[in-house]
Design a protein around this ligand. Structure first.
Ligand code: NAP
Length: 426
């Protein structure tokens, strides 16, 4: 263990040294999508690398805004989805990470640049806006698209994490079809749990809805449909204690007794890459426990949008805690120049495809704002100014003498010098 830790520390040190040694030009050659500041405020910074962020990046890049995308390398609901994304039109046999990788490549192709970092704060108290990253410090921008998504809430019970991808899911719309004709559990008593139960009831043999209280917080219309559905059984005042799994019976994956872990009551749980086989439920009033056989567990106890870094910056939706409030059918937040796309401002649909759509809309909103306000032209203006100077110097030199000094060469060299000092392709 100690040896392994030392080895990891050595590797980390080597990586740090390698990064320090990496000259800007070499790094750019290796990774042309890496962001290097050109000394001017960014036209648009996109915070988040999921479908909303990637769609914003593609649209903003194609509009010539050279967007900077700031996001951690891993993370996001699609990135964590190892099984195929079956409901994204045209991409029916790609995994989540493959969909994101493809979107990212498309954004890079049109000129989007990327910085791996976690945004911790936005300062909208003055213009340009400022985005603060964990390691990048502050970056100025004329507009910002927030697309940081939302994370599903989990129960934190044994078996839940280990069996994700093997029957434990937080998205019935995405994964429900995989359990056609099977018995599935849904946990929760809100609108999401009701919708999930109803979606699953279309394809599953039986749906058991587990709720910790004796009444739903969901809207009456959805709750009534669930309570009257012939395939859905409700277990009131019940909590899920743990989820159990088994190895898949296949010629090269024999059930191995050693994979099984004995739990306190003599039942067994198993290691990762197995599938759900059952669950232990507890009566919240009597404490009595019982086992049920099932093939999947859908946890529908809500989502937490990743919007903590926006506290005190933008207004939030009064009806949906933590979700950014947007104006009407647009991505505009309460702050001019800041836009929200995807799950950060959508408590209802929360699909990859709806997120991507709102990401495209946010890029269009940002582009319109920059055009209307005449922002983001500093680089072009500087170039025009230098060229004007060039022309004047050339006129002056040709009226006085026709030998020696070449003004185009001089100013051209200065333009090139400015380009090089900013490390930017102009
Ligand atoms: P929610 O309304 O917060 O409901 C979460 C449910 O999970 C509650 O019933 C809660 O129980 C239960 N829960 C929370 N933590 C739990 C735990 N640790 N163990 C067991 N149960 C737990 O979340 P939501 O259903 O995702 O809805 C979020 C928002 O989106 C809501 O405003 C909702 O109206 C909206 N939404 C709307 C639609 C629609 O209009 N079609 C669809 C989906 C969502 P308690 O009731 O005991 O607190």
């Amino acid at each position: 263990m100690l040896e392994e830790l030392e080895k990891r520390e050595d590797n980390e040190r080597d990586e740090e040294i390698e990064e320090e040694d990496c000259e800007e030009e070499d790094c750019l050659e290796e990774n042309p999508s890496r962001w290097i500041s050109n000394g001017f405020p960014e036209k648009v910074i996109i915070v988040g690398g999921g479908p909303a962020g990637m769609a914003s990046a593609i649209y903003a890049a194609r509009a010539g805004l050279s967007p900077l995308v700031i996001a951690p390398s891993m993370g996001g609901q699609l990135q964590g989805k190892g099984v195929d994304v079956e409901n994204y039109p045209g991409l029916h046999n790609f995994t989540g990470p493959a969909v994101i990788a493809s979107m990212r490549a498309q954004a890079i192709q049109f000129g989007a640049v990327f910085e791996e970092d976690l945004v911790t704060r936005i300062d909208a108290s003055s213009r340009p806006l400022k985005v603060y990253g964990n390691s990048t410090g502050s970056i100025e921008a004329h507009s910002i698209i927030v697309a940081t998504g939302a994370d599903s809430k989990w129960l934190g019970i044994p078996g839940e994490f280990e069996l994700r991808g093997g029957g434990v899911s937080s998205c019935a719309t995405c994964d429900g079809f995989l359990f056609s004709g099977k018995h599935v559990l849904v946990v929760g008593g809100g609108d999401t749990a009701m919708e999930d139960a109803l979606v699953l009831a279309r394809t599953s043999k039986k749906v058991t809805l587990i709720h910790r209280r004796d009444s739903f917080r969901a809207s009456k219309v959805l709750a009534d449909r669930v309570m009257n559905h012939p395939v859905i059984e409700i277990q009131w005042n019940t909590v899920l204690e743990r989820i159990e799994g088994k190895s898949l019976p296949s010629p090269d994956n024999e059930v191995d007794e050693e994979d099984e872990i004995d739990l306190d009551d003599g039942s067994v749980s198993v290691d990762a890459d197995k599938v759900v086989s059952g669950a232990v439920l507890k009566d919240a009033l009597t404490g009595e426990q019982r086992k049920v056989d099932c093939d999947a567990v859908f946890v529908a106890i809500g989502h937490s949008p990743n919007t903590g870094f926006l506290d005190g910056v933008v207004e939030f939706d009064p009806d949906h805690k933590g979700y950014v409030k947007t104006a009407g059918y647009s991505s505009k937040t309460s702050v001019q120049g800041i836009y929200a796309a995807g799950d950060v401002s959508d408590a209802v649909y929360r699909q990859a495809i709806t997120s991507a759509g709102s990401g495209a809309a946010a890029a269009l909103d940002a582009e319109r704002y920059l055009s209307e306000e005449g922002l983001g032209n500093e680089e072009a203006e500087m170039e025009a100014e230098l060229l004007r100077e060039l022309s004047e110097m050339n006129d002056a030199s040709s009226s006085h003498s026709d030998v020696g000094y070449n003004a185009y060469e001089d100013v051209g060299g200065r333009v090139q010098g400015v380009r090089e000092s900013f490390g930017a392709e102009m």
